[in-house]
Design a protein around this ligand. Structure first.
Ligand code: R5P
Length: 288
């Protein structure tokens, strides 16, 4: 088996190769003068099993993935690992005339070459997996976040989802270790005022870990942090699967009072404290 590292997942690919005990291939990437991306797998691929690893955070990342799938056409078996599947939040038409972006992306990936299996990590809405016409497995990194919270020795934490969409994630992080968990709920008090607070638990004097699948602008987390602070929470940590961190996300969260930021390495940054390579390698072994 050979691991082919895409431009956006160089470190992740190397870690998967180490965990899997196999080689990582060298690829060449460059830009033509007009800005087009050139991608080449710099060694012969013939009749062997290939695992392409590439997160899709930007438009270029998608192009790179399509090129890699095309480049390994003579592989005997091709698996594709997409640690962060961007565009998954545009999973329906919110307004008439909109593209269902993730459907368009899934279709283009499946049409790029012969793929035997796809792996994605904590996709924003699992329902979108149906848009991939081939066998696609979602891997769940939330237990690894729970493990990290324990390793960090955060005393008696309460795990908080910033909205009801994060309930399942909060539950998955909390349950294996018996942590309390809750989600924040918005309640209208008057035409001017809304109150945002945990649905059932009091956070007063407690350490909180806000968990979300994606942190992009940091707006959701900043608001949740301010609300928890206003309700007397002690230290506030945030943890996410996909730390996209655009613009001034980090500053916003720190200014709101976040003590530390924890992310996995599906999108590589200095906050990628939770590594998922072993989980991916174990899954690759399972499916032979
Ligand atoms: C939304 O449904 C997601 O789960 C995240 O809460 C959201 O994408 C976070 O975005 P931002 O960091 O820009 O508030």
């Amino acid at each position: 088996m050979k691991i082919i590292p895409g431009l956006s997942s160089q470190l992740m690919a190397a870690r998967i190769a180490t965990a899997q005990g196999c080689n990582v291939s060298l690829c060449e990437f460059k830009r033509f003068p007009d800005g087009e991306l050139y991608t080449r797998v710099a060694e012969e691929i013939k009749d062997e099993e290939i695992v392409i690893v590439q997160s899709i955070r930007t438009d270029s990342d998608l192009i790179c993935l399509l090129q890699l799938i095309d480049a390994v056409e003579e592989a005997y078996k091709t698996k594709v690992v997409i640690p962060y599947l961007g565009y998954a939040r545009q999973d329906k038409k919110f307004e008439p005339g909109e593209a269902i972006s993730i459907r368009a992306i899934a279709r283009s990936i499946c049409a790029a070459g012969t793929i035997d299996k796809i792996y994605v990590v904590n996709v924003h809405n699992r329902g979108v997996l149906k848009y991939f016409g081939i066998d696609t497995t979602e891997l769940d990194a939330s237990p690894l976040i729970g493990d990290y919270v324990v390793k960090k020795k955060i005393a008696h934490p309460v795990i908080i989802g910033p909205d009801k969409g994060a309930r399942e994630l909060a539950k998955a992080v909390a349950t294996p270790y018996g942590f309390d968990y809750d989600v924040l709920e918005k309640r209208r008090i008057s035409s001017e005022d809304v109150e945002i607070k945990p649905k059932g638990l009091s956070v007063e004097g407690r350490n909180a870990v806000i968990v979300d699948d994606i942190i992009s602008t940091g707006g959701t987390i900043s608001e949740a942090t301010s609300m928890l602070k206003a309700q007397g929470a002690n230290d506030i940590y945030v943890a996410c699967i996909h730390g996209v961190f655009v613009q001034n996300a980090i500053t916003r969260m720190l200014r709101a009072g976040v003590k530390d930021i924890i992310a996995t390495d599906t999108v590589e940054s200095i906050y990628s404290k939770v590594r998922i390579a072993k989980m991916v390698a174990d899954e690759l072994k399972k499916h032979g």
